[in-house]
Design a protein around this ligand. Sequence first.
Ligand code: P6P
Length: 334
Amino acid sequence: MPEVTVTEHLLLHQKLSPHATGMFTGLLYDLILSGKSIAMRINKAGLLDVLGGTGMVNVQGENVQKLDDIANHILLYRMERCGALCAMSSEEEPDLIRVRPEFPQGDYILIFDPLDGSSNIDVNVNVGTIFSIFHRPEGGSGEVRLEEVLQQGCRQVAAGYMLYGPSTMLVLSTGQGVHGFTLDPGVGEFLLSHPNMQIPEQGYIYSVNEGNRQNWSDASREAVDWFHTTRAANGKHYSSRYVGSLVADFHRTLIYGGIYMYPPDADKPQGKLRLMCEANPLAFLAEQAGGKASDGYGRILERQPDKLHARTPLFIGSRRDVEAVEAIYARYPR
Ligand code: P6P
């Protein structure tokens, strides 16, 4: 396969929206540079003093790992200087971050989870950076207001993730399909390796933390039990796979099909996953790849966030597998 870089792919193969100009490719350049920097630290984590926790607890109530903090600060530093943003939101930061006036301003808004799945770092399991990109609403000027950031996921102009695993990958959509790029460490470039990624219409893998079963509602139990008793796309029974890193579980689902589920439970009635920095970007990718993403009752991309760190239940993957869950939930009142 000829070596197609991300920039070439965007400029030659993606009819970027008219107002994109070079600002978007500039945004992506600095996002990719941040990912390479994070990947370099993760690949040597065992040799640097970057494993384990910081002893801090973040706005999510989660223990902050050292690499969470490193990844977060790499992205905040780099992206504030990229010249394409007016504001950012990080899973690790309680409040909206407005680009300071001493830095070049742009019209894009970046929302990210700097290092998803970081509880797995100490055991060398895949982790990733998830990002969501919006345009500031038309006519917005002066200090960015929170209302301008709290947009439905269907208004994203781009979304994707960087997956730090056996190879480092960038999976990206700008609204014209989903395309995967693999980092060639020899040249330091992400090169097109997975053009036009498509989720199979039905899969043979379901992915959920069944340890939460005792806290699920009847609807959630029935939805998960469906995958215990229904014949999968391969004519056999469904297999269960759960990495515990959303990016890794989603990436497998994107390629092999099937479904990833994080139902609400008694402890987390709105679900655990964050709408804006986890569910929305992956839902954008899932739909662009021919799949679906639901909260059990409707499209993730139509949920209206009421706050930066809003949570949501998530059922995402093959269209027929997600629809099977929605048909079960439809029989239970909200
Ligand atoms: P549990 C990681 O903290 C994360 O946000 C996702 O990456 C992952 O899918 C999920 O939480 C795992 O949660 O409750 O199964 O450990």
